[in-house]
Every structure is written in structure tokens, then in C-alpha cells.
Design a protein around this ligand. Structure first.
Ligand SMILES: Nc1ncnc2c1ncn2[C@@H]1O[C@H](COP(=O)(O)OP(=O)(O)OP(=O)(O)O)[C@@H](O)[C@H]1O
Ligand SMILES: O=C(O)[C@H](O)COP(=O)(O)O
Length: 396
């Protein structure tokens, strides 16, 4: 049950409603490759618009250092309009005159997307002056970005303290679904953590190994562990300066009897552009001039064996660079296996993350999971039991 105000308590008619959403969608060559995060916020936007509220969207995109046209939300505004089947205005700043003029021109029921909040340093600093600049644009605040709720930023946490604040429908649904599926999970509980965000996620693993019975590590995350264990990883994506953290996590896992499953073979290429070339090597024989871009077939067997032993599976982060064929095979094979076990009633499976959702859709496996969250890092932190600043700020 959610312990905070929802849209049921919000009077929006004629009001300027600042809605924080997560539009940090996977993109390739300027094209959105998975629109799940857009689809999930439509009910909230339609509800506020239909009730005559002025919908003013706040969102981040990527991790820009200042204003970076490559990280502009403008292309997302067009995609949002297509999904909403309604015009979406765009302002090329989220504060100041450009934003105020666009808000002033908005009619009741209209929808406006403001430019990337992370173009301003005050966003990630949760700077009170920046919060006030945002608050000038609205009469009330709705947070519908569960997948960014682990960030105590101005638009995800600060605003909730200066305007009347409410949870959006996606925020409500995510928290209710995760509580239902995972608050007291059937064991053995197995986690799969992959992906590329090693520096912001590796610390989470130290707590995670105290919560789960087995942890499968893949993707760029695994490369960091393999390097820490003294194995050559060639030119693979890794955070080598986090080797001590990785070793500490392995020690912690031994103390808590959490089985760690790391790749035993890797599908390698000379670079991301890959092309036709790729070759599988044993994890102790990775060529110095190549990079591991996927887990190999022997690793897939070990991951699937861990899935077979599990009653509950949680997953964030693909096992390989799935956007480039054939480096999607490890993720596809394991995702389909998890979906099969779930459909057979042998597994409760919950996955989450911007690219993870995209990878599961690519594998045609998303519908086979018990629940698919839009959240990655936030999902892992929720799983660990860490407070989520964006959620706590909404509590009455
Ligand atoms: N071995 C690898 N080498 C390089 N990149 C990899 C490798 N394995 C996975 N990746 C990359 O990891 C990225 C996804 O990682 P990420 O941690 O962002 O997952 P996510 O589901 O988006 O989680 P979040 O929602 O927290 O961002 C993909 O773009 C994929 O190409
Ligand atoms: O993709 C995500 O996990 C969210 O959009 C948060 O993005 P961040 O990790 O850059 O804060």
C-alpha cells in the first residue's frame, strides 16, 4: 500500500502541474530504440490533461556536462507527442525566461516538455536556488519517475519539499508491484547484475550479496571482477580502479554464503564496431587486443543453471552489448530461459532498467517476466532496502 498522496488527492484543473518523469530512453543514431519509459507515463499525463491541468514535464537525459545538444530532450518531445496523440510543446530551457514564456502560453490540458534538467549543475547538486527557479513554474508537483527516485536531485527530491507533492500513477504502480513481488520473495533468490554502469552500481553489490542466495555478474560489471581476480580482460569495458571494491564484494559473498557466478568464456571482438568478426575465448585466455562483448555459451549454461535453482529472480543490466549482433546472444538465451521458467510457474522474475527492458523486448521475453520495472539503479537500491530520496520526499 502506498503511504503518500497520489493523484486521487490532487486538484489539478487550471493549475500548472510540474510532472517529473524519466525520459532517459535508449537511443541509437538519434532514434529511440525502446519507448517503454514513454509508454509507462502516458496514464499520468492523460489523467492530468483530461482534468484540465497544465502538464509541465521535467526530465533528465544522459549525463551531460553542461548544455550538450547531443543530450537535448527535443527529439523525445516529438516521440512523446506521437505516443500521446497530442501536441507537446518544447522549451529549450527548464528555468528562466524560455521556460516561463512556454508555461505562460500553455492552455488548460496542454502538455509542455522542458529541456534537460541536467543542463544545469543545480539539478544534481539539489541546489535550493535551482529548486526555487523550478518551483516558480508550477503550482503543484507530481513525481512519476520511480526509475530516478534514487537520485536526490532538485527535480526528483528538492521540489517535493517546496510544492504540494503527489505520486504519479507509474510511481504508485512500480512501488506496489515491487512490494507485491519482492517484499518476501520465495527462496532461493537469485540476482543477475550486468550492464555498463559499473561505478554507480558496484557498491550496491556489497549489500546485495547479503540479501540474495546467488549473484550472477555479467556485462561490463563482470569484466571489473575478472580484472580484480588477476585475469586479463584485453580492451574490455571495466572500471579497473574499482578492483579493491570487487575483491571486497567477493569476500563479503563468501561470508554470507552467496554464490557468485562469473563468466567462464567471453565472445570477443577487436572493437564495438565489431562487424562480422567475433570469437569465443576461455575467460583465462582473452587476447590483449580484443574486448569481451558478450558471455559465451558455457557461461550461458551456468547462468541458466542458476535460474533453474531459483524460485525468485531479479535482473538489472544486460550480459553483453546486446545492441550489436551477435553480442545479444547471452542476454537473449538467458532472458528466454527465465521467461520459460516463469511461464511454467517455476519462477517469479522481476527485471528492471532502461536498457534491460530494451534487451528483454529485443529477446521477445519481456512479456514472460512476472514484472518489468522501468528502473535499474533505483530498482537495485529498492531491493537492498535503501531509502529512495524521491519516494521518501513524497511521504505525507
Ligand atoms: N561486455 C560489455 N561491454 C560493453 N558494454 C556492455 C557490455 N555488456 C553490457 N554492456 C552495455 O550495458 C548497457 C546497459 O547498462 P546499464 O547499466 O545502463 O543497464 P540499464 O538497464 O540501462 O540500467 P539503468 O536503467 O540503471 O541505466 C548497454 O548499453 C550494453 O551495451
Ligand atoms: O537510466 C536510469 O537508471 C535513470 O534514468 C537514472 O539515470 P542516471 O543513472 O544517469 O541517474
Amino acid at each position: 500500500m502506498t503511504a503518500f498522496r497520489t493523484l486521487d488527492q490532487a486538484e489539478v484543473k487550471g493549475k500548472r502541474v510540474l510532472v517529473r518523469v524519466d525520459l532517459n530512453v535508449p537511443m541509437e543514431n538519434g532514434r529511440i530504440t525502446d519507448a517503454t519509459r514513454i509508454e509507462r507515463i502516458l496514464p499520468t499525463l492523460r489523467e492530468i490533461s483530461d482534468k484540465g491541468g497544465k502538464v509541465i514535464l521535467l526530465a533528465h537525459f544522459g549525463r551531460p556536462k553542461g548544455r550538450d545538444p547531443k543530450e537535448s530532450l527535443k527529439p523525445v518531445a516529438e516521440a512523446l507527442a506521437q505516443h500521446l496523440k497530442k501536441g507537446v510543446a518544447f522549451a529549450d530551457d527548464c528555468i528562466g525566461e524560455a521556460a516561463a514564456t512556454a508555461v505562460g502560453a500553455l492552455k488548460d490540458g496542454g502538455v509542455l516538455l522542458l529541456e534537460n534538467t541536467r543542463f544545469h549543475a543545480g539539478e544534481e547538486k539539489n541546489d535550493p536556488a535551482f529548486v526555487q527557479e523550478l518551483a516558480k513554474l508550477g503550482d503543484l508537483y507530481v513525481n512519476d519517475a520511480f526509475s530516478t527516485a534514487h537520485r536526490a536531485h532538485a527535480s526528483t527530491e528538492g521540489l517535493a519539499h517546496v510544492l504540494p507533492s503527489f505520486a504519479g500513477r507509474t510511481m504508485q504502480a512500480e512501488l506496489d508491484a515491487l512490494a507485491k513481488g519482492l517484499e518476501s520473495p520465495k527462496r532461493p533468490l537469485v540476482a543477475i547484475v550486468g550492464g555498463a554502469k559499473v561505478s554507480t552500481k558496484i557498491d550496491l553489490l556489497e549489500n546485495l550479496v547479503q540479501k540474495v542466495d546467488a549473484l550472477v555478474i555479467g556485462g561490463g560489471m563482470a569484466n571489473t571482477f575478472l580484472h580484480a581476480m588477476g585475469l586479463g580482460i584485453g580492451k574490455s569495458l571495466a572500471e579497473k580502479d574499482l578492483a579493491d571494491t570487487a575483491l571486497r564484494i567477493l569476500d563479503r559473498a563468501r561470508e554470507t554464503n552467496c554464490a557468485i557466478i562469473l563468466p567462464v568464456d567471453g565472445v570477443c571482438a577487436y572493437d564495438f564496431k565489431a562487424g562480422a568478426y567475433n570469437q569465443t575465448f576461455g575467460i583465462d585466455a582473452i587476447p590483449d587486443d580484443q574486448m569481451i562483448l558478450d558471455v559465451g555459451s558455457q557461461s550461458v549454461e551456468r547462468v541458466n543453471a542458476a535460474i533453474n535453482d531459483a524460485k525468485t529472480l531479479v535482473w538489472n543490466g544486460p550480459l553483453g552489448a546486446f545492441e550489436i549482433t551477435p553480442f545479444d546472444q547471452g542476454t537473449v538465451a538467458t532472458a528466454r530461459h527465465a521467461a520459460e521458467r516463469t511461464r511454467a510457474g517455476k519462477l517469479v522474475s522481476v527485471a528492471g532498467g532502461g536498457d534491460t527492458v530494451s534487451a528483454l523486448n529485443h529477446a521477445g521475453a519481456a512479456d514472460g517476466f512476472s514484472y518489468v520495472s522501468t528502473a535499474g539503479g533505483a530498482f537495485l537500491e529498492w531491493l537492498e532496502g535503501k531509502p529512495l530520496p524521491g519516494v521518501d520526499a513524497l511521504k505525507a
